[in-house]
Design a protein around this ligand. Sequence first.
Ligand code: SAM
Length: 246
Amino acid sequence: MKIYRYFLDGMPWYLAKHYWWAYLWPSAVWFFDHQPVINAILFFQYHKLMQTTLNCFQTTPNGRVLQLTCVYGCLTPKLNEILGKQALHLTDVAEVQLHLARSKSQTLTLRPTRMNAEQLGYKNNVFHTVVLFFLLHEMPHEARVRTLSECMRVLAPGGSLLITEYAPQPVRHWLYRLPFCRWILTSLEPFLDSLWHEDIEALLNESANPFDKRVEVISQHHIFFSFYSVTEYRVIDGSIERFDDL
Ligand SMILES: C[S@@+](CC[C@H](N)C(=O)[O-])C[C@H]1O[C@@H](n2cnc3c(N)ncnc32)[C@H](O)[C@@H]1O
């Protein structure tokens, strides 16, 4: 019997099939939401990753903010804290995750909504900052493309997309070079290898094009000898460039 089928119930297939044990099973949700556990999963880089993300977040454009999908640990309460009275929109497809986020940020400024990141119910150009924290490596290529396209659609020109993720193929890193470590990692994270080979900036520009937008890298921070990175992409009105080109 395939246990994951029990968790399908409106979830994207890849989430139910490969990550039910991490994000959908209530006992696992309780287990993983402990700092030592998350820290160990991220090779003890959690605090650095979170702090760098928060530092970048402090300077992203003010306005409407979306955290696209829940995360374990205290990122959401910290974002809430930085925003003060301003709302933090939080979208995830799993009710159990939204419930956990609500229990950690008991403030009316948290606006949790249940949606699939691949097809958001928000209007175009409504957000000024979107935060993605370790989402893309858990998606197959097609879902990743649809999610990035949705980010480009909902972000207004002048807005920022902040992505904290595995960096491109870390060929020099010991975790990559040791076949056993690489095998463990890619077995637990079946879409990581495809993310390692993905050109995110090119994908964003392709997705932004139909909305007359493009992106530029504003800052990039390498963490854990470039195994991870925190990148801020600024969304630019694509028609301005075309006008300049004339
Ligand atoms: C952000 S990712 C990984 C975060 C990171 N491993 C951590 O917790 O520190 C996990 C979240 O993404 C959500 N998720 C995955 N695919 C999704 C999709 N297509 N739409 C919305 N939420 C999704 C899962 O429900 C889960 O809450």
